[in-house]
Design a protein around this ligand. Sequence first.
Ligand code: GLN
Length: 488
Amino acid sequence: MELHRLTIQQLAGELAKGQLSSRQATEHLFQRIERHDPAIHGYLELHQDAALAQADRIDKRRSKGETLGPLAGVPLAIKDNICISHGRTTCASKILGNFQAPYEAHVVQALNAADAVILGKTNLDEFAMGASTENSGFGVTRNPWNLQTVPGGSSGGSAAVVAADLAYAALGSDTGGSIRQPAAFCSVVGLKPTYGRVSRYGLVAFGSSLDQIGPIAKTIPDLALLLNIIAGHDRRDSTSADLEVGDYLANLDKPVKPLRIGVAGEYFQEGLDKEIAQAVRQALDFYASLGAEIVDISMPLNKYALAVYYIVATAEASSNLARYDGVRYGYRDKDPKDYIDMYYTSRAHGFGAEVKRRIMLGTYTLSAGYYDAYYLKALKVRTLIRQDFDKAFEQVDCIAGPVTPTPPFRLGEKIDDPLTLYLSDVYTVMANLTGLPAISIPCGFSSAGLPIGLQLTTKAFSEELLLRIARMFEQATDYHLQKPKLQS
Ligand code: GLN
């Protein structure tokens, strides 16, 4: 198989055998990026010198017979809202256009400790706000499956570069679907771990009660391997859980038996594309053929989830983004009249339209007189939604459904209609509101040849179970092996 097509596990195996060097693999990917990324624009910044220096270091240590980490010499990509202490961390926002992080995110330190090679930073919707990567301040990313369509968002760059074999895997962040939705749109696997499973130290905050970092990869074993490396308690993030982390790879190939999968009728109502409904139903039939029991469950509060999410997420965003004031970070407008004017003009010119919209919505729902009617009420409904899930998990091990209501849509199609774009998140926000782990795995293609994803959700901190259930599907199907045909 061609070098770039390998999975992390296959590449690590080749590197360990000594038939291939990390420098060769890394150079190969940079050549591929040079050739294919201009059309896709998955990367915002390449760290060529640092990556090749790291690859050489690993090769040298390997030749000396040193024990190396599980990702030794494997080239990966990082979403550009995760801090690396060299290069820039822009969040695809002009306001952070020249921002250089003074420290490294926990997950980046963990990848470095595992001896990975980091190729560069991937594109996203500005501050991770969006579902198409069209909100980036530095140009859109295109879906490798069809360059006229979006790759999803906000981790669209990460999903696109993995799908196009321009990185062996990538990290993304997921506040309302930003790992799972682009994974579904690009036909790769994406995991949002349980809230607290992975430290967010060094992730630029969007919605602090929702944000979670997770991996995007080509296969479930690669996801499990990456989760092994990035999961665990970190005292620098007080929301990271002080719980033991299992070995997600150890029992991955053991099928889950008995297995009860819950399906909510509410997920299959108006607004769901017919081909997606069909592909998800087929996936459920497939699980049934493996011996799973498919159980009808009810999620009556599901219909409020999107509204609750857009109140909570915007409220938290308006608070988190108050720090970009032209004083301490990034962009400051030239020649302000006075310091108040400096705040106004720096923020007016530094932030893009969607970010401003979110700040205004969030400030509104948090303001005196509206707080009780919107924000507080949203928090109460959020608790009820979580209770719906708790109740469902008394009956089933896993809940299955679509990731997205539609296949990848055309660039520009929804960008002027924010409400329609927000509807893209209708199936993904629940996992963030409840903190539960959820995964997207390829389960088919539309008649136009565009990817379709299946979403699975399990109880909090049960990623081991979740990955095993996902693996059962992957092992017996070949959707994840299909590749986009890149032009040129
Ligand atoms: N699409 C959602 C939003 O725009 C989710 C984004 C995310 O998960 N970062 O808010």
